[in-house]
Design a binder for this molecule. Structure first.
Ligand SMILES: Nc1ncnc2c1ncn2[C@@H]1O[C@H](COP(=O)(O)OP(=O)(O)OP(=O)(O)O)[C@@H](O)[C@H]1O
Ligand SMILES: [Mg+2]
Length: 292
């Protein structure tokens, strides 16, 4: 069962005399009311409606309803195999690369179904960038890694490109470490530096949403702290959706938390509420370390 979406909450608060849920019994059965303090003012950036993801016949993500707020950090938590990466990857259609993968229901971004057959996937991925668990720089120079996306967008002017490269590397807090070696191969950087470079590469195309799948799990505590600081700095300007196994990290960096269990979105709400006063027993058991 899935908690209330922001939109449902808006409907139910603006229309409490007529009882919007009563008018739509199907919606009422699919959605749990959001808590009263949940803001109704937030813009929704990504919206899932009865969204399911299959690998062949295996339903890895089951009928998810969620409103992911704009310019906030949303953490996705849950035990291994519960569908976190599957859900995250679907937001910029990375699962297209897996032939057996298909989806049902709707995943909406900017009033468009991400799975509309005529959607331009290249431009979707420019608007929704991704940083993976293992840093994956191209075997090219540091400069070419960051300039790659802008060049694909058709930017040829060298000084414009250099400005973007510098700005992106500064945003990712790695400029000072690489400014004198921009032509060196990116594979010569440390793991933590490579991950910040990948973040700079993602930021260079000015995405609206950043997807991060366990971006610090291969990093040491110092590099992890740097990435968390960056997430904090980007908050407010980007919608960030981060998968993490680290409860403390979720509590530290996110504004909202979604808890998945066996493909089901069990609970979604303000991070503080989910961690201090979870509505569902399974959430409580997970965050207190009883399983997972
Ligand atoms: N490419 C694939 N082909 C078939 N099944 C897959 C594929 N990727 C994931 N699955 C299955 O989908 C389910 C969800 O996997 P997913 O990788 O999304 O879990 P996760 O929550 O990210 O786990 P972890 O925390 O271990 O990364 C699992 O049962 C997994 O075996
Ligand atoms: Mg995963």
């Amino acid at each position: 069962m899935v908690m209330g979406t922001l939109e449902e909450k808006k409907m139910s608060t603006t229309d409490n005399t007529t009882g919007s849920m009563e008018k739509n019994p199907a919606a009422a059965s699919a959605v749990i009311e959001a808590p009263a303090e949940e803001s109704t003012m937030k813009s929704i950036h990504v919206k899932a409606r009865d969204f399911s993801i299959f690998y062949g016949t295996n339903e890895a993500v089951k009928s998810v309803n969620i409103d992911i707020p704009e310019n906030e950090v949303t953490a996705i938590i849950g035990p291994s195999g519960c569908g976190k990466s599957t859900f995250l990857r679907c937001i910029n259609r990375m699962n297209d690369l897996i032939p057996a993968c298909h989806t049902t229901g709707e995943l909406i971004f900017d009033n468009q179904n991400i799975y509309h057959p005529r959607l331009n996937v290249v431009s979707l991925r420019q608007r929704i960038g991704m940083v993976f668990q293992r840093p994956n720089p191209f075997p090219k120079s540091i400069l070419d890694n960051v300039a790659y996306g802008p060049r694909l967008q058709g930017i040829r002017n060298r000084s414009v490109l250099m400005d973007i490269v510098e700005q992106s590397l500064k945003q990712a807090a790695i400029w000072d470490e690489v400014k004198d070696r921009l032509n060196d191969n990116a594979l010569g950087l440390s793991g933590g530096q490579q991950q910040r470079l990948c973040l700079a590469r993602a930021l260079a195309v000015k995405p609206e949403i950043l997807l991060m799948d366990e971006p610090t799990s291969a990093l040491d505590p110092k590099a992890t702290a740097r990435i968390e600081d960056l997430i904090d700095e980007l908050r407010g300007d980007y919608t960030i959706i981060i998968v993490t196994h680290n409860m403390q990290q979720a509590a530290r960096v996110s504004d909202y938390t979604a808890f998945f269990y066996e493909g089901i979105l069990v609970e979604f709400g303000k991070t503080e509420q989910v961690f201090t006063n979870p509505r569902e027993k399974r959430t409580e058991d997970y965050i207190t370390g009883r399983f997972g």
